[in-house]
Design a protein around this ligand. Structure first.
Ligand SMILES: [Zn+2]
Length: 113
């Protein structure tokens, strides 16, 4: 359901941006998604394909750029990507940190034909 409402949002944003340019066809939608956002790409593409039928975005492809989860060390303020469950600061070795990004979901741009 999460993916269904996201697909709806994307289509609404595209429609709002393309209604003035009649006959335009959307080829690709470039998205940036944080690993913490918990989005299933296949599922989102599926809903998007279904819901975009008959709109300017019909047959458009979603391109996902994966953003890592980034932590900020509470000790030395170093910012580092959290990968493979490695949760120690690479600079000072401590494991006290705050997560500062990884929840992103944004449309980078829309490519038209
Ligand atoms: Zn540190």
């Amino acid at each position: 359901m999460h993916e269904a409402s996201l697909a709806k949002n994307i289509i609404e944003i595209i429609s709002a941006n393309t209604e003035l340019t009649n006959g335009v066809r959307i080829k690709r939608v470039n998205l940036r998604v944080g690993e913490l956002a918990g989005i299933y790409y296949d599922s989102l593409q599926f809903y998007f394909t279904e819901m975009s039928k008959g709109t300017s975005a019909e047959n458009a492809e979603l391109i996902f750029e994966n953003l890592p989860i980034v932590g900020k060390c509470r000790e030395c303020s170093n910012e580092f990507p959290l990968q493979n469950f490695e949760i120690n600061c690479p600079k000072c070795g401590l494991s006290k940190f705050d997560i500062i990004s990884g929840n992103e979901f944004e449309i980078v741009n829309i490519e038209v034909e």
